[in-house]
Design a protein around this ligand. Structure first.
Ligand code: CTP
Length: 404
């Protein structure tokens, strides 16, 4: 599973430190070549010799943040982490999480995390009480934002909240590392353009026409595409969401601004995924000053916005185009029409009448209509899971194109 992979195992401390030894053995069983770096807390629980006797590589002690001194020769840490496929930290204590989250690089494990640009998986007993503290949660958020994979085996709350009762399955962790490594290269070399959120069409300086789109699905797709190795451009209307790490985020307001940004980035894109809920109409004239309520009734004359996706469809070329259809009636018929009219590879159709799903919710239930005529009905799932389903299908299409 991990043949030819180089893994640096960051051994944590605390009562669960022995788990690092189990994970080391599991990584080796999966075929990985493993070097161990000790944290400041490790040796109080597991001696360096235990790790040394199990690996053919020299163990990096906690008191040598800049590298290994071997006799008179010095091997800098930079050289030791070069060519590394993954850094796996286990078990990450709250102290170690804090050091990682604040780049407090006074020990080699943390310095290695700063030097290593690839996959970093951090495993810890997230259900234990200390980890629930807002400060630890804050640090975990920072690590997630920095692109690290947080691994806390899904399990019910620990009995009595006992940290020592955490049962990490080393084989499952190794499987996660292998899956992440495979995932990290699935879209390598591809440029993915994603649009998200609503657009706002101004009426006057303080009012606009818009819709309830939250942008969550588009942001989830952009984040995952980046994690799968693509260069991602995210063109988004106004949302409260933070740009995912490593994604080029272009913030726009109106449909016309979105069109300009999309057309500027489309030529370089292999894949365009349009989740944005673009306003179809805009006020014909925008009042320079706030419209006053003196008049009994106000008529706002609207004019059509360009259909950005239809424009892209008209010049599709080899590009993969994915659209979304938000419908309140005749879901399949309307989605089918959009699929054909806009020359899409597939369209993700959702019924937006269910208040528990879609728009502001974290969940959605959709159908995917393919250009081939196939219709898939997906179960209710989180928007992150939906992002994975969509990218899996995009990858299948890319692979199909590469073969033909
Ligand atoms: N879309 C677009 N530009 C527009 C309108 C829609 O690019 N001016 C894209 C959306 O991003 C989405 C797809 O087209 O991927 C379908 O959007 P939707 O609002 O469901 O449908 P419309 O084509 O606008 O048709 P209608 O509003 O009549 O349902």
């Amino acid at each position: 599973m991990l043949q030819h992979k180089h893994v640096l195992l960051g051994a944590g401390g605390g009562p669960l430190a022995w788990l690092a030894v189990e994970v080391l053995r599991a990584l080796q069983r999966a075929g990985a070549r493993v070097r161990v770096v000790l944290s400041a807390e490790t040796e109080a629980f597991v001696p360096a010799l235990t790790f040394q006797s199990l690996t053919s590589e020299e163990v990096i002690p906690a008191d040598q943040p800049y590298g290994l001194l071997q006799g008179t020769a010095f091997r800098p840490l930079e050289a030791l982490v070069r060519g590394l496929d993954a850094l796996v930290v286990v078990p990450a204590t709250p102290a170690l999480l804090a050091k990682l989250a604040t780049a407090c690089a006074d020990e080699p494990l943390v310095r290695a995390a700063l030097l290593h640009r690839g996959l970093t998986v951090v495993a810890f007993p997230g259900k234990a009480p200390a980890y629930q503290h807002p400060l630890v949660q804050h640090n975990l958020r920072r690590l997630r934002e920095a692109g690290m994979v947080l691994y806390e085996q899904a399990e019910p709350a620990l009995p009595e909240g006992e940290e020592a009762a955490w049962s990490l399955d080393p084989a499952a962790l190794v499987q996660e590392v292998a899956a992440c490594l495979q995932e990290a290269s699935a879209l390598a070399g591809k440029v993915v353009l994603v649009t998200a959120g609503p657009t706002q069409e101004p009426i006057d300086p303080v009012r606009h026409i818009s819709n309830r789109s939250s942008g969550k699905t588009g942001f989830a797709i952009a984040e995952l595409a980046q994690r799968r190795g693509a260069r991602v451009v995210l063109v988004t209307g106004p949302t409260h969401l933070e740009a995912p790490p490593g994604v080029e985020c272009v913030r726009v307001r109106t449909a016309l601004e979105m069109r300009e940004a999309v057309l500027a980035h489309a030529p370089a894109a292999h894949v365009v995924i349009k989740t944005a809920a673009v306003a179809d109409f805009r006020p014909k004239a925008v009042a320079t000053h706030k419209v006053k309520k003196d008049e009994a009734a106000v008529v706002i004359e609207l004019e059509r916005n360009p259909d950005i996706l239809a424009e892209l469809g008209a010049q599709k070329g080899e590009r993969i185009l994915v659209g979304f259809a938000a419908e309140t009636q005749d879901l399949l018929r309307h989605a089918q029409e959009k699929l054909q009219k806009k020359h899409l590879d597939f369209i993700v159709a959702n019924d937006v009448t269910d208040p528990t799903l879609g728009f502001a919710s974290d969940f959605n239930r959709v159908r995917i209509l393919h250009a081939s005529g196939q219709v898939e009905e997906l179960p209710t799932m989180s928007k992150k899971q939906l992002a994975a389903c969509i990218l899996d299908r995009v990858q299948a299409l890319l692979a199909q194109k590469a073969r033909s």
